[in-house]
Write a protein that binds this ligand. Structure first.
Ligand SMILES: *[C@@H]1O[C@H](CO)[C@@H](O)[C@H](O)[C@H]1NC(C)=O
Ligand SMILES: *[C@@H]1O[C@H](CO)[C@@H](O)[C@H](O)[C@H]1NC(C)=O
Ligand SMILES: *[C@@H]1O[C@H](CO)[C@@H](O)[C@H](O)[C@H]1NC(C)=O
Length: 397
């Protein structure tokens, strides 16, 4: 090992720890939405053990020391990821009090975050939707973990991109809503022929992924697109297929992705495309002010905290990349008061059913993925559905 590599090897864990320390104090900046979430301090009643309560704080330190270790003798009340083992749909008493007086069907402020804290005491309320100038370096660092150190130029590229895009939120109308309902529309064939379009359009924020089309499918998938979250290989290639007024939210999984984005933002001729795993769009018909960089924290949190994918010494790949759908859900949990999904889940018992709502490719075409771990991911999503943290309109999860 060269001395320089050795140094990086030592520096990496130190920076990660440094980040965690730093983040515990600094990450609560609110950009999307003026209204900070109320600090929720749920009391987790552990019925199997003597009634033990765990107070949630906003620090990164696990707060399960002390009384709970008594419970470990009987059997832990949390799973490996830190979720309560005993999940149910009931609201903790303090939330019953908080939401009990709302009329049926009214949007419940802070609901997703509050319920999440109730089943996952380590939950941190971070609501920085996109990278902004103050926080970009740390975010990118977290995203690509230590590979970032080898590509400091990425940070310069982000500076250049942010100097052109300048905006970080959803726009004044949505940012000022006191209670936001969001839906993430997955690309699954399960959306076909369910006529959910008008229900989807009722949400304040409609999030679509990659190249999922709207035109021609509006009866089933709705007409509205607030955010389209995309990585380079998944971006719509035909410029005429972009809807009119959505925000283009860019999710980076590797440093090369930022180089592509810079060329899109500045409408440059595309070059340097070796390294993408399929062909990528040559232009994105969006003004810089309509482009955002998704906070990479959500990728990291989804992969390592919620799903429990292997860290692979800080390298992305080999089954530790979360799917974009789960990254979008993770982002929405932090940024929306209520979260719903539609078009998620693969049903392997129906091999002839269509995989996507917009293609004839069949379910049976799906291969064992080496980048994702679909079954582990599903375990996480099921926890969210089981506890009503997310509503699954197509019941595929
Ligand atoms: C709900 O209504 C009850 C009875 O009117 C009242 O005591 C309580 O404070 C209300 N809760 C909230 C959160 O407003
Ligand atoms: C949806 O309906 C169309 C027209 O009736 C039909 O051709 C198609 O197979 C249906 N798709 C699914 C997934 O059921
Ligand atoms: C997914 O995770 C499970 C449990 O950790 C493991 O056994 C399996 O090999 C993983 N699959 C992939 C594709 O990485």
């Amino acid at each position: 090992m060269k001395p320089a590599h050795k140094l990086l090897f030592v520096l990496c864990p130190m920076l990660v720890l440094g980040f965690i320390y730093y983040s515990s104090g600094k990450l609560h900046l609110h950009v999307w939405g003026q209204k900070p979430h109320k600090d929720v301090e749920p009391t987790v009643k552990v019925s199997k053990v003597t009634s033990v309560s765990v107070k949630t704080t906003k620090t990164k330190e696990p707060v399960v020391e002390g009384p709970v270790s008594v419970g470990r003798i009987v059997g832990s009340v949390f799973d490996n990821q830190g979720f309560l083992l005993n999940l149910d749909t009931r609201l903790p008493p303090e939330l019953v009090y908080k939401y009990g007086n709302l009329s049926e069907g009214a949007c419940k402020p802070g609901y997703a975050a509050a319920k999440m804290s109730a089943i996952y005491p380590k939950y941190e309320q971070i609501s920085l939707l996109t990278v902004n100038t103050n926080f970009k370096l740390l975010r990118v660092f977290v995203s690509s973990l230590c590979s970032f150190l080898l590509s400091l130029s990425t940070e310069r590229i982000i500076d250049v991109i942010l100097s052109a895009t300048k905006n970080y939120g959803l726009g004044p109308d949505l940012d000022s809503l006191s209670c936001k309902r969001c839906i993430i529309v997955g690309n699954g064939g399960i959306l076909s022929n369910k006529s959910l379009g008008s229900r989807i359009d009722d949400y304040d924020v409609v999030i679509r992924l990659n190249e999922a089309p709207v035109s021609g499918y509006t009866r089933d998938v709705g007409t509205k697109t607030t955010l389209r979250i995309t990585y380079p290989e998944g971006a719509i290639q035909k410029t005429e297929s972009y809807e009119k007024d959505s925000l283009f939210v860019f999710s980076a999984f590797k440093p090369l992705d930022f180089k592509w984005l810079r060329q899109m933002v500045f409408k440059e001729k595309l070059q340097g495309t070796e390294g993408f795993w399929k062909s990528v769009a040559h232009s994105v018909p969006r003004q810089p002010s309509e482009i955002r960089i998704l906070n990479p924290y959500f990728i990291q949190e989804a992969a390592f905290q919620f799903i429990g994918l292997p860290q692979n010494n800080g390298l992305m790949g080999k089954g530790n990349i979360p799917t974009l759908g789960t990254v979008a859900i993770t982002m929405a949990l932090h940024n929306c008061d209520e979260v719903a999904v539609a078009g998620f889940g693969y049903d392997m018992n129906t091999p002839h059913a269509p995989l996507h709502y917009y293609e004839t490719v069949k379910m049976s075409a799906i291969k064992e993925s080496w980048t994702h771990n679909i079954s582990k991911e599903k375990e996480f999503l099921r926890k969210l559905v089981k506890t009503n943290i997310i509503t699954d309109l197509t019941n595929g999860i």
